[in-house]
Ligand binder design. Structure first.
Ligand SMILES: N#Cc1c(-c2ccc3cc[nH]c3c2)n[nH]c1N
Length: 242
């Protein structure tokens, strides 16, 4: 099963890293099809204008609906898709979102710039297909391209055959609701710092307990909100020490 991903942007070069490394190999292996489209290809004026002043006033410019409508009609003509519009005002993009989208046949990403895209673009497509306005975090970027890179990577790594070691997709930081604890490799001592003894003990029960304790400790320290969100039965007596 392959996924078709299309991205519309005024900076197609910004998406070039998607063709590198793991994702590049997934594309070469035919697990993913990626199309990057320059929004300006759908302008008709000599200045290739994609933006205009905001109704109601205010700073900056807004991206014009006509150009986006022609671009998205053209890209969506290839078949039904989920339209994703990154925006700081979007619902949070989470691992659950990535899991859900990994099951889609087609994803089309509309990368905004300036102060964003005329709302009627989202409203007109939402009438005929799933449209998600999503945010990758509570900080402000200059455009949607970086957010699309983040979301495409989070989705594509979940597709069968993409990760060499599929188990790690299941054991993600967020799959048991906790942050991952610390990881170590050789040498056993480095700059006076030693690998925790238990990890070299061969005692797998003790190792599992130690790792769970480190994950709970880190989650309590860095993301107490994740602990509060755990289902009631997720923590056993040994866990509650944290
Ligand atoms: N997703 C997301 C975003 C953005 C974002 C997305 C699109 C545009 C278009 C102009 N400026 C943008 C910022 N900022 N911060 C996030 N988490």
């Amino acid at each position: 099963r392959r996924v078709r991903i299309d991205v519309v942007t005024i900076f197609p070069g910004y998406l070039a890293p998607l063709r590198e490394a793991l994702l590049g190999r997934a594309i070469e292996a035919g697990l993913v099809e990626l199309g990057v489209h320059d929004l300006r290809d759908w302008t008709h004026d000599v200045h290739q204008a994609v933006d205009d002043s905001p109704y109601g006033g205010g700073p900056g410019m807004v991206m014009r609906p006509q150009v986006w409508g022609e671009a998205l009609d053209a890209v969506l003509a290839a078949g039904p898709a989920r339209l994703v519009v990154p925006t700081p005002a979007g619902r949070p993009f989470t691992q659950a979102t990535a899991q859900a989208w990994a099951g889609e046949e087609r994803l089309v990403f509309a990368c905004g710039r300036y102060e964003g895209i005329d709302q009627r673009v989202v409203d007109s497509y939402a009438a005929r297909m799933p449209v998600d306005e999503v945010s990758i975090g509570d900080y402000v970027l200059v455009g949607g391209e970086v957010a699309v890179m983040v979301m495409v990577e989070a989705v594509v790594r979940l597709l069968p055959g993409v990760l060499g070691n599929p188990v790690s997709a299941q054991e993600d930081s967020f799959s048991d609701g906790l942050l991952e604890g610390p990881a170590y490799t050789r040498p056993v001592s480095w700059r006076g710092l030693d690998v925790p003894e238990v990890l070299r003990s061969g005692n797998h029960a003790a190792i599992a307990r130690w790792r769970r304790d480190r994950a709970l400790e880190r989650t309590a320290a860095r993301r107490p909100d994740l602990l509060d969100a755990l289902p009631e039965d997720a923590l056993d007596r040994a866990d509650r020490a944290f």
